[in-house]
Design a protein around this ligand. Structure first.
Ligand code: FAD
Length: 318
């Protein structure tokens, strides 16, 4: 019988583990992929918008040469934090169900089951892409994740979206020799794009090196071309790859299966803002999973504090 079982070994799951460890509680983190699986799956060229001290957990210093860490530095940091603190983490083990009987939770995974008095759910939002729901989306040329620009050299690439991810993909693939067309549903590049990147994309569009259709939607994808619904009518262009950078969402069906109430509009899970406890007593939420469809609300910077809040509540209740 564990005091706490933590579902998800991302930065915030590890932060919860560190706080539980400091408090002398028994715990286990169960992670369905590798350690900090979401970060591992980010683009290999990715740089965080946060400065390194804002990504620190458990008070462990995150030292980087430039102020904004890269993905590789973040992997080094969280791995070092986990290993040097002997975090009990079971990797490559997916949690499938959580059932509560009296005061005890039974957590079933693809490999076995565990019992715990409390459960912290820190499952993030990076596993499920927001779909375009258009004909041809199932073709292998349509990608919802992006790793590296070289793959797209000398290819005709359509990038859908105007978020940081979309703009990074557009600029990086353009600079490695792709012929890039952006399809943006609004009338300008999002103001959430990193302030040092936004002028770059605006100028590339202005000079015509990257084409952009504003107030437009991708309508259909075929092997050789795509249809774009634009204010001037339907445009068909030749195409090799579609990068659908339209965001990600938490696993809502998993949350519902566990009995967590979600709001009607944005699927925001119900939790007490002071304790992070959900409508199910003893089941807590931590990290970016808390935002529902508003995935930009929470990030490491402002959600790492959930770890202390939860452990404080657990200690207070015992
Ligand atoms: C491209 C990008 C750039 C970002 N840049 C920044 C930044 O600069 N600063 C910042 O503060 N934030 C940033 N964020 C947001 C934040 O870094 C991430 O969302 C961060 O990973 C959140 O940590 P988390 O622990 O809450 O969730 P995650 O890191 O997503 O961890 C959740 C973990 O749960 C696991 N999991 C899911 N379901 C199960 C299951 N059923 N059983 C077991 N394990 C499961 C997943 O595999 C995953 O490892 C960025 C996000 C993205 C996508």
């Amino acid at each position: 019988m564990l005091d706490i079982l933590i579902i998800g070994g991302g930065p915030i799951g590890i932060a919860c583990g560190l706080e539980a460890q400091k408090a002398g509680l028994s715990f286990l983190i169960v992670e369905k992929g590798c350690l900090v699986n979401s970060l591992y799956n980010y683009p290999s060229t990715m740089t965080f918008f946060s400065t390194s001290e804002k990504l620190e957990i458990g008070g462990v210093p995150f030292v980087t040469i430039s102020n904004k860490p890269t993905r590789s530095e973040a992997l080094e940091y969280y791995r070092r934090v986990a290993t040097s603190n002997d975090m009990p983490i079971n990797l490559f083990e997916e949690v499938t169900t959580v059932k509560k009987d009296g005061d005890v939770f039974t957590i079933t995974t693809a490999k076995t089951s565990y019992q715990a008095r409390k459960v912290i759910l820190s499952t993030g939002f990076y596993d499920i892409p927001v779909k375009l729901n258009i004909p041809g989306e199932e073709l292998p040329k349509v990608k919802h994740y992006y790793k590296d620009p070289h793959y797209y050299a000398m290819q005709k690439v359509v990038v859908v979206g105007s978020s940081n991810s979309a703009i990074d993909v557009a600029l990086e693939t353009y600079r490695k020799g792709a012929d890039v067309t952006l399809v943006i549903r609004g009338d300008e590049v999002s103001h959430r794009v990193k302030y040092w990147v936004r002028p770059d994309i605006i100028n590339r569009i202005k000079e015509g090196s990257i084409k952009a259709y504003f107030n437009s939607h991708l309508k259909a994808v075929r092997e050789q071309d795509v249809d774009i619904d634009t204010p001037d009518g339907l445009v068909t262009i030749e195409n090799d790859f579609v990068m659908a950078m339209t965001g990600y969402q938490p696993n809502f069906s998993f949350l519902k299966r566990l009995g967590i109430i979600l709001s009607d509009d944005k699927y925001i899970p119900q939790y007490h803002p002071d304790t992070m406890e959900t409508n199910l007593q003893g089941l807590y939420l931590a990290g970016v999973v808390c935002g529902g469809l508003d995935t930009h609300l929470w990030f490491i910077e402002n959600s790492r504090v959930h770890a202390e809040m939860i452990i404080e509540d657990i200690l207070g209740g015992d």
